[in-house]
Design a protein around this ligand. Sequence first.
Ligand SMILES: [Zn+2]
Length: 135
Amino acid sequence: MVKDELKNKHPNISEDELLSLTREYVSDINFKVPPHCSGAAVDIDVIDIQTGNYIDFGSKINEDSPISAIHSDLINKKQSENRLTLLSAMLKAGFAPLYSEWWHFSYGDQNWAAFYEEDLALYGIKEPEIAKLNK
Ligand SMILES: [Zn+2]
C-alpha cells in the first residue's frame, strides 16, 4: 500500500503530512468517483515503434519520488523534453496533467475540472434519488 510505503520512507512526518504526500501518488479516498475507476484518468507510457524501446522519461510509472514530477530537476534535458512533448500532446487533446506524475492525465474528473476552471467534473455517481425519478 502506498501510504505504508511512504510511512516507512518518512517515519517522522505527521499524519496530515502523510495524507498529503499519499494524495500525490494515489487518489484521495474521499473522492466519490476515483479517477482511474471512472475511466477519467489514464497513465501513459510511450514506446518508440522503430526501436521497440520505451521512451526515456527519467523514471518509471508509479515511482513515488520527486523525480516523477513533470518538471523535476532530477532528470536530464532529453528526459525533460520527452515529458514536455507528452504534456503538450495531452494538453492539445484536452487532458489535464497531474504535476506530481508525468504519466498521469485526466479528462472529466475533479482534477480536470480544477485545471480548466470548470464548475463541474464530467464524471459523477448516480444518485439514488435521481434513479427513482426514471422508474
Ligand atoms: Zn494515474
